[in-house]
Every structure is written in structure tokens, then in C-alpha cells.
Design a binder for this molecule. Structure first.
Ligand SMILES: Cc1cc2nc3c(=O)[nH]c(=O)nc-3n(C[C@H](O)[C@H](O)[C@H](O)COP(=O)(O)O)c2cc1C
Length: 353
């Protein structure tokens, strides 16, 4: 579940009292810290060190709402005393509902949980179920997203004779449609290869380029030949990603028209890569082909350019790291070699094949 926390407190309430109130309320509802998407209170308390410290220490975005907004929210437990001090009859319940973008007070899971600290200061906590349209992510969701990013792999080994079910295919298509693109150009087109003879022809084109690449590798030729570099024949699905003939989009690409269109295709494939991984499907981007040979095979019009053959499908197991690293071909660079500040101070690239 995704929840929002509403907080009210006396002036100077220590962080420990607020933390106790929050922990008790979360536990009472059988929820977990990692499900919180936001915490909220009244603008009057925007400088309250305990509140700010608590949100910071838990990694929660903290929202403050003015009394005029809070007082508009219908709550189950309005208080005349609270109204006298703050100008609104509810702080914690109303703030929780606003931060949750809840439709009404039925979203409240914990109405008011009050803790009086050893120093006599009060903290009140309300918890509301976040509206599905609330676009904030909880720590639990963040962890899942990070796991997805870390687990994404370029796959070359697929389970032959498998199919991808229609629901997964639809979600993959949606992921592509949601991809960013320069000027919303969407310069990519996808051809799903369903003709076995065409797939065989494409496999032949890839194999020819694999041979050419191997021959160009020099002393690394044998090592390259030992690598599996595509799964065109075995993957359940084969999709050709094509750069469409230019539609003349200017926004964001006046100075780099080709590069920005290519980047947009790459961004779309990355969306697909992550979506496929979330479906527990492997995806391998194959770029080993002579573009004209592929263009001919796919009947592409002038100006269109094939940029990838995407092998998609069930795999026996995902590689635990980049296959090129596991195979001893190449290791990823350390963060220090990739991130700099202000001016270029990176080492010259080494030629690795
Ligand atoms: C534009 C592009 C083209 C690629 N072409 C191939 C390819 O033809 N064959 C292949 O085995 N891997 C290809 N890859 C996959 C990379 O080798 C892989 O992403 C990299 O080794 C890191 O591994 P990982 O994706 O599992 O983290 C391609 C990747 C990209 C982004």
C-alpha cells in the first residue's frame, strides 16, 4: 500500500516524540515505513525542527498546506482547540488527506494517533491511503525500481519454442509508447517479425556481420567468436526497430537532427528493456547487421534506417551481470571514470574492440 502521513504538533515538539507517534501509528495499522510516499503538515509549522528532521531522516517528501486549504477538507475529528491555535479545525487528518490526494475521508486508515512526550508536548499523526493518481513513490517502490534497473540485462540466451503472452506484449507496447523522444517526435517504428522465412533471412544477415566483425577484431578474433552475441533464432519474439523517415521535427534537434532522433530510438528501447525485465522476459539488442541488407529484407522506404533487432522472450536464467564481463571480454568502468565536474578531465578512452 502507499500511504501519506499527516502530522500535527505543539511548538518545539522533539523529533523523538514525533518519531514515536509515527512509528506507533504505522505499527497500529499494520503498515510499514517503506510504504510512505509523503508527509504533510500546516504551513505554520514549516520551520518546526522536529517535523523537518523526521521527514529528512526518513527520506519523505514534506508538504505544508495553509490553514485556508486544510479547513476545506472534511475530516472525521475536527477540533475547536486546534482551530483556535491554527485557524483550521484539523491539521493532521486534513494534511494526510491532501498529501494522499484522497477523494474523501474514507481514505483515512489512522484518524488521529496522539503521543504526549516526556516534556508534555503533543504530536498527532494521521495516515491516509494514497490515491492511485498520486505520482509519488514510496521507499518500497523505489527499491523495486532500483532492483529492476540493476537486474536489467542484455540477453543472448533464450528458451527456444516459447511464446510471449498477449497481456505481456500489450504492456511492452505501452512501455514503448511512453518513451521520451525529442520534440515528441517518436521517430521509431517497430516491425514484429512473424514470418519464419524472414526471421531466417535476418539471422543470416546477422551471422554475416558477426563474421565480418570477428575478422576485424585482429588478435581478439578467437575471443570474439567464443561469445554469444545474438539470440535471433531462439527468442520467442523478434522485433525490428527502425528509424522512420524524418518528419522534419525542429524542436530540440535543429543543430543535431540525426543524433537526437537516434537518441530517441535508444530511449524507447531502454523503456522496452526495463518493461521486458519486469515481465521476466529477456531482451537482447542486436546491432550486428549491414543496415542496407536489413532495410531490403524489411522493405524499408528511403530515409528509414534499421537500428536494432530486438530478441525478446523467456530465458532459463538472467545473467547475474553483463555477459561481456562474465565472459571476460570487458568490465564496466568505475563511477569515478564516468562522472566529473564542470570541465572535462577524463582519461583518454582505450581501444578495446
Ligand atoms: C545500441 C546497442 C547495441 C547493442 N548491440 C549488441 C549486439 O549486437 N550484440 C550483443 O551481444 N550485444 C549488444 N548490445 C548489448 C551490450 O553489449 C550490453 O548492453 C552491454 O554489454 C552491457 O550489458 P548489460 O546490458 O547486460 O548490462 C547492444 C547494446 C546497445 C545499447
Amino acid at each position: 500500500m502507499r500511504i501519506a502521513i499527516g502530522l500535527g504538533c505543539d511548538r518545539g515538539t522533539p523529533l523523538a516524540t514525533l518519531a514515536q507517534a509515527v512509528d506507533e501509528a504505522i505499527a497500529q495499522a499494520g503498515l510499514a515505513d517503506a510504504e510512505v510516499v509523503a508527509a504533510a503538515s500546516i504551513t505554520l509549522k514549516a520551520d518546526e525542527p522536529g517535523l523537518c528532521g523526521l521527514a529528512r531522516s526518513r527520506g519523505w517528501p514534506l508538504r505544508f498546506y495553509p490553514a485556508e486549504l486544510l479547513m476545506e477538507v472534511a475530516v472525521p475529528n475536527p477540533s475547536e482547540t486546534v482551530r483556535r491555535y491554527t485557524g483550521t479545525p484539523s491539521v493532521s487528518e486534513a494534511a494526510a488527506l491532501l498529501a494522499a490526494q484522497a477523494e474523501d475521508a474514507t481514505a483515512l486508515i489512522v484518524e488521529k494517533h496522539r503521543v504526549k512526550g516526556a516534556d508534555g508536548r503533543n504530536a498527532t499523526v494521521s495516515i491516509a491511503r494514497a490515491n492511485p493518481h498520486n505520482c509519488l513513490f514510496s521507499a518500497a517502490e523505489r527499491q523495486t525500481a532500483q532492483r529492476l534497473l540493476a537486474a536489467r540485462r542484455d540477453m543472448r540466451h533464450f528458451q527456444p519454442g516459447c511464446r510471449v503472452d498477449e497481456a505481456s506484449l500489450e504492456r511492452l507496447q505501452t512501455a514503448l509508447m511512453q518513451a521520451p523522444s525529442v520534440g515528441l517526435m517518436q521517430p521509431w517504428r517497430v516491425l514484429r517479425i512473424t514470418d519464419p522465412a524472414l526471421r531466417e533471412r535476418l539471422a543470416g544477415i546477422v551471422n554475416r556481420e558477426r563474421e565480418e566483425t570477428a575478422r576485424a577484431m585482429g588478435e581478439r578474433e578467437a575471443a570474439f567468436r567464443a561469445l554469444k552475441v545474438e539470440g535471433v533464432r531462439e527468442a520467442a519474439e523478434l522485433w525490428a526497430v527502425v528509424l522512420a523517415p524524418d518528419d522534419g521535427t525542429l524542436f530540440g534537434r535543429r543543430t543535431m537532427p540525426d543524433e537526437m532522433a537516434w537518441c530517441s530510438v535508444g530511449a524507447a528501447v531502454q523503456n522496452l528493456w526495463l518493461a521486458a525485465r519486469a515481465e521476466n522476459l529477456g531482451l537482447g539488442w542486436v546491432s550486428l547487421f549491414e543496415p542496407q541488407a536489413l532495410a531490403d529484407a524489411l522493405g524499408l522506404p528511403p530515409g528509414a534506417m534499421p537500428l536494432g533487432l530486438l530478441c525478446i522472450g523467456p530465458v532459463a536464467a538472467f545473467y547475474p551481470g553483463p555477459m561481456l564481463t562474465l565472459a571476460g571480454w570487458r568490465s564496466p568502468r568505475e563511477a569515478g571514470a564516468l562522472f566529473g565536474e564542470n570541465r572535462w578531465a577524463f582519461a583518454a578512452p582505450e581501444h578495446t574492440g
